[in-house]
Write a protein that binds this ligand. Structure first.
Ligand SMILES: C[S@@+](CC[C@H](N)C(=O)[O-])C[C@H]1O[C@@H](n2cnc3c(N)ncnc32)[C@H](O)[C@@H]1O
Length: 286
């Protein structure tokens, strides 16, 4: 499996204005790449509270962060519980919070999880304690609802055609079969797989991604102390819009990124996942 390369790593370090002895919360721990860098920069006594809903991610992060001993506290939790988990672990006021949204490369690469076009399953849950899977949607929702979902969360103009083809080809047993049906429906033009937007839509809905973000942002002013920072990396325009609008007109936050920070050409060449990344940063002022 390819190692996970943290996206916009130096930019995140700078955005959080890390200091030795600081307390930082990583709401999307993943493989612990950003977390490891935060712990190194805040040595010898900086602390990190890391959350992830995916036990496989926590398992890897525990190994990555083992050298830091008790400086790293890792909790299996949805980041919608960030305030509660921060209170329980005495992390309030924190000096900074990081959210690196979306999938890790490990989740994408694991063909049992259903996230990639080659997957043997059609699950797509990041946290297997939730119930709804992509298979439930693809194989049971009626055609109009399916089309609306693909249009709204995938911003896919061919949503109706895709929904029609999906319904006509049921049951679809895995992600490969779904990707193939969409490719037959739309044909293949250019490098981007024609199922990309549909997969994005399913993933967003299965994992409640937009609602989770909307529930979490208002909690951050209760977690981060005055002068503390929040850094959020998004990977599609629906998420980015939520973050942008939240920080634009908010009494607690000064927006430090009028325009989001994006990866350089070189970074996108080294890490395909970075391609659509956007980093927004805000400072708590009230
Ligand atoms: C892009 S990866 C983070 C990678 C990490 N920054 C690193 O450098 O290794 C995103 C992680 O966030 C987790 N995640 C996504 N949404 C979540 C949520 N609502 N609550 C908790 N974890 C979530 C996913 O399971 C995944 O492991």
């Amino acid at each position: 499996m390819k190692p996970h390369i943290p996206v916009l790593l130096n930019e995140v370090i700078e955005a959080l204005a890390l200091k030795a002895g600081g307390k930082y919360v990583d709401g999307t721990l993943g493989a612990g790449g950003h977390a490891e860098a935060i712990l190194k920069v805040t040595a010898p006594d900086g602390k990190l509270l890391g959350l992830d809903g995916d036990p496989a991610a926590l398992h890897i992060a525990r190994t990555t962060l083992a050298p830091f001993g008790e400086r790293a506290i890792l909790v299996r939790s949805n980041f919608t519980q960030i305030k509660k988990v921060a209170v329980e672990n005495h992390f309030i006021p924190a000096d900074g919070v990081l959210l690196d949204l979306g999938l890790s490369s490990m989740q994408l690469a694991n063909l049992e999880r259903g996230f990639s076009f080659l997957s043997h399953s059609l699950d797509m849950r990041m946290d297997d304690r939730t119930e709804l899977t992509a298979s439930d949607i693809v194989n049971a929702w009626d055609e109009a609802d399916l089309a609306d979902l693909i249009f709204e969360y995938g911003e896919e103009r061919a949503s109706r055609k895709i929904a029609r083809w999906i319904v006509a080809n049921r049951p679809l047993n895995n992600a490969q079969e779904l990707a193939n049906v969409i490719e037959r429906a739309l044909g293949r033009h250019g490098k981007i797989h024609p199922a990309t937007k549909t997969f994005q839509a399913l993933r967003i809905v299965v994992n409640n991604e937009l609602e989770n973000l909307e529930m979490t942002l208002p909690q951050l002013a209760d977690v981060v102390g005055q002068g503390g920072r929040v850094a959020i990396i998004t990977f599609h325009s629906l998420e980015d819009r939520i973050v942008k609008n939240f920080f634009k007109a908010n009494e607690h936050w000064r927006n430090l990124t009028k325009h989001p920070i994006k990866p350089t050409y070189q970074q996108t060449r080294e890490n395909a996942r970075a391609r659509s990344a956007k980093l927004r940063v805000a400072e708590r002022v009230a």
